[in-house]
Design a protein around this ligand. Structure first.
Ligand code: GLC
Length: 501
């Protein structure tokens, strides 16, 4: 899982950092962290840290000194002189409202692409870049194995600031003018080229992701992109609901997977993280086909080309929170948008329904280990309530069950280690299949792996080539047998198979 552990006022769950060199006391001490990395290493596990370098908390001493009038630190952020009533541009914060905040004491506006307490850093300033490199070197010396770089493609802002008459401003700073130059410099000067690194890329493009992740460019090892998770946003709006568009979902994977292969880029593979709802609740079936749909999406991701990520609770099929009261939510984005939706005329039930489906808190409830108090996560008080369904989906109920979702994840991971075709093979998608069927092939030398899945909840028949009927069934997500000897294959709801030739 990814999570920021540094000292923070926790306005945005730790993505508002007040001190990059200290562990927030609510998570433990530096000694705990050092012990964790050491013990993890002894078990062949590497620890990666989340570097939130696009912005700091306004509680960071750099920001405090800036607003206290120190010019040197004002140059650490995107401050612009101005009058209280006219922000420099009409750019919109990703958490709602205008992206600029006025500081009367110094008569300047500062940019915050996220919460008002998350001030964007000024990467144009070489001193800022040096500070950030020093932070990486500090954690490198503590024995971490890699880094995730939070919204790293937003760090380079344009020289001239202008209003966006057709959008929210993102086109000016997304994959900005000097982003590749800054990344190359950061990587070269900290010597992290050989480490595992992943950049979180907001609203990015394939061409840029090839550049970020092609080894020749010496930037990052891989990229997270999100287009395939916007296929249930009506008119591109996260807060407008619609069932997910299966064709767009498949088409996006086809484009990203095939073009990243052609450009020798590398994808991070995922369907969920700490900012996304639970995948079973979102694209699967929480009830009748809970087990099958959780396994299907796991298989789709783990058998593609790239590096799969498992987010806490996904491997046991955890669900959305289904909270019944807005006060149960903690996430700043959810709370802001609840108010915005009400201002737009939604009633409380409608607004809650949208938040229930879209909130980032859906994925942020504690891991459900067992049926003891707080589902075995803590003897203390969790920061957020444990969902009502919590005790019905736990690790302890799956750990000895060979048909469990957990066992399926273990099998997928083992297969990737065992078969080079999964970890290294090329990929191409077959789009001439029924709407609810996803089908792709991996190729390595003279081997071929066919992955076929039914994304829908009705049975669907497809015809496969003669050769496929002679293949070896590598993995299958139903507990009973499937007959792959026939050219006409009947795929049950959410059924997934992978056949090796
Ligand atoms: C990333 C993080 C998210 C955070 C935002 C601002 O998208 O994943 O949790 O709110 O950046 O740091």
């Amino acid at each position: 899982m990814d999570y920021s552990i540094f000292t923070s006022p926790q306005r945005d769950n730790g993505y508002d950092i007040a001190d990059y060199r200290a562990v927030d006391q609510r998570f433990g001490t530096m000694a705990d962290f050092e012990e964790l990395t050491k013990e993890a290493k002894a078990r062949d596990i590497g620890v990666m840290l989340d570097m939130v370098f696009n912005h700091t908390s306004t509680e960071h001493q750099w920001f405090k000194r800036a607003v206290a009038g120190e010019k040197e630190f004002q140059d650490y952020y995107k401050f612009v002189d101005g009058e209280p009533d006219s922000p420099p541009t009409n750019w919109v914060s990703k958490f709602g409202g205008n992206a600029w905040e006025y500081v009367p004491a110094i008569k300047k506006w500062y940019l915050h692409l996220f919460d008002v307490t998350q001030a964007d850093l000024n990467w144009e300033n070489p001193r800022v870049r040096q500070e950030l490199k020093d932070i990486i070197l500090f954690w490198k010396s503590k024995g971490v194995s890699g880094f995730r770089f939070d919204v790293i493609n937003l760090i380079s802002k344009p020289d001239s600031l202008q209003n966006d008459d057709i959008g929210d401003g993102r086109r000016f700073y997304t994959d900005g003018p000097k982003v590749h130059q800054y990344l190359k410099e950061l990587v070269a000067d900290t010597g992290i080229e050989e480490m595992i690194t992943v950049g979180e890329m907001s609203s990015t493009s394939i061409d840029n992701c090839i550049k970020y992740s092609n080894p020749d460019e010496k930037e990052l090892a891989m990229t997270f992109s999100f287009h395939h998770l916007k296929v249930d946003y009506k008119d591109g709006d996260k807060w407008s609901l619609m069932p997910y568009d299966k064709i767009a979902f498949k088409q996006l994977f086809k484009e990203w997977q095939e073009k990243m292969t052609d450009g020798n880029g590398w994808n991070a593979l995922f369907l969920t993280n700490h900012d996304q709802p639970r995948i079973v609740s979102r694209f699967g079936d929480e009830k009748q086909y809970w087990r099958e749909s959780a396994k299907l999406f796991a298989g789709v991701i783990h058998l593609m080309r790239g590096t799969p990520y498992v987010y806490q609770g996904e491997e046991i099929g955890m669900l959305n929170t289904h909270f019944t009261d807005i006060n149960q939510y903690k996430d700043v984005e959810s709370l802001n948008y609840y108010n915005i939706l009400m201002e737009q005329g939604k009633n409380a039930n409608q607004a809650l329904d949208i938040i229930n489906q879209r909130s980032r808190d859906n994925c942020r409830t504690p891991m459900q280990w067992d049926t003891s108090e707080n589902d075995g996560f803590t003897t203390g008080k969790p920061w957020i309530e444990i969902p009502e369904y919590g005790k019905s989906i736990t690790v302890s109920s799956q750990i000895n069950d060979e048909n469990s979702i957990l066992a399926f994840y273990k099998k997928l991971i083992a297969l990737r280690k065992q078969y080079r075709i999964i970890s290294e093979g090329n990929i191409s998608f077959d789009i001439a299949v029924p709407e609810q069927i996803i089908s792709f092939q991996r190729k390595l030398e003279d081997e071929c792996l066919y992955v076929i899945g039914n994304l829908g909840e009705t049975e669907t028949q497809i015809t496969v080539s003669e050769s496929l009927t002679k293949g070896q069934l590598l993995i299958h997500n139903y507990s009973d047998d499937v007959n792959i000897m026939e050219k006409s294959l009947n795929l049950r709801p959410y059924e997934l198979l992978a056949i090796l030739l």
